[in-house]
Write a protein that binds this ligand. Structure first.
Ligand SMILES: NC(=O)c1ccc[n+]([C@@H]2O[C@H](COP(=O)([O-])OP(=O)(O)OC[C@H]3O[C@@H](n4cnc5c(N)ncnc54)[C@H](OP(=O)(O)O)[C@@H]3O)[C@@H](O)[C@H]2O)c1
Length: 271
């Protein structure tokens, strides 16, 4: 009798592929083996040392046939160009999880008629430190068991939310791109601090710790962001004066518009 092997494959061991591998290795599951499928073996051989014996690195696509689950973590344009080349190397009923922005479950299903178990997932960069948030959507024929397995795997790099695929572009604009909005704020707070006369090192340290502290406060506080903001803003005080500048420049509306444009662009890229 054939025993189902718990081999998880990852096609593409770049930043997201490696973040996921790191999360699974940290879970230290003895009945699981991880296969990293790369195209440039010498470049990625170092991953065996980095992650230890539970991770095997290969450039032999036929090894994917042993996998019960495969995460597709190559760039969307590469997926469009060459994913069909992988068709002979995917086992029947294999669970396929694509983390590629804008690539639909339908596209993956068309490439791999041997399985209906297809999931579209959108993580974000804090996944690299296990603090990501991933939106997971099931393809039309995907079973509940497969969705649960995908949720469990993506939980290795942070929290997971389930949502219909029709909302994936919206999620991408909020949490996928979201870290960039905060980094943009950080960059400009650092520039502003330097313009006030603080040296670069002090400016960076103050801004980093302020954003980290504020984010952690937001995470644990029963109060929402509006109430937390009001707590810092005494009427007629200096924060109120600073906020008046942001309001006068309609920064709040600009953020809302940016999310809208991000969603629109995700739809354009999805084709
Ligand atoms: N990074 C993020 O924050 C993030 C967030 C959400 C979703 N994603 C999605 O995750 C996917 C990967 O993004 P990334 O940021 O991790 O990109 P990345 O760092 O550029 O990684 C892409 C990897 O794919 C590999 N690759 C390309 N063609 C291949 C092939 N034929 N066979 C095997 N490996 C191949 C590349 O290898 P080479 O070194 O040989 O080129 C590289 O290691 C994208 O679809 C992206 O939309 C990323």
């Amino acid at each position: 009798m054939n025993q189902v092997k718990q081999v998880i494959g990852v096609i593409g061991a770049g930043s997201m592929g490696q973040a996921l591998i790191a999360g699974w290795v940290a879970q230290d599951s003895p009945d699981r083996e991880i296969l990293a499928l790369v195209r440039d073996l010498p470049k990625y051989q170092i991953l065996s040392e980095k992650f230890g014996p539970s991770v095997r690195v290969t450039d032999d696509r036929s090894e994917l046939l042993q996998c019960s689950t495969i995460v597709i973590a190559i760039k969307p344009q590469m997926i469009r160009e060459l994913l069909h080349e992988f068709t002979p190397f995917i086992a029947p009923d294999c669970l396929l999880i694509s983390v590629a922005a804008g690539i639909t479950c339908g596209f993956i299903e068309n490439c791999f008629p041997q399985t209906q178990q297809v999931i579209r997932a959108m993580p974000n960069t804090p996944s690299i430190i296990g603090k990501g948030v991933t939106g997971v959507s099931a393809g039309a024929g995907c079973s509940r068991e497969s969705v649960n397995r995908a949720v469990q795997l993506m939980s290795a790099v942070g929290t997971v939310v389930e949502l219909p695929e029709s909302q994936q572009n919206d999620l991408a604009a909020v949490s996928g791109s979201g870290p960039a909005y905060l980094f943009y704020l950080a960059e400009n707070m650092i520039h502003g601090a330097q313009e006030l006369g603080l040296d670069s090192e002090l400016a960076q340290s103050l801004v980093r710790q302020t954003l980290v502290g504020a984010a952690e406060l937001l995470a644990v506080s029963p109060a929402g962001p509006e109430q937390l903001r009001q707590q810092v803003t005494s009427p007629g005080g200096m924060t109120a004066a600073a906020m008046e500048v942001l309001d006068a420049r309609e920064v709040g509306q600009a953020v809302i518009d940016a999310l809208g444009r991000g969603t629109e662009r995700a739809r354009e890229l999805g084709g």
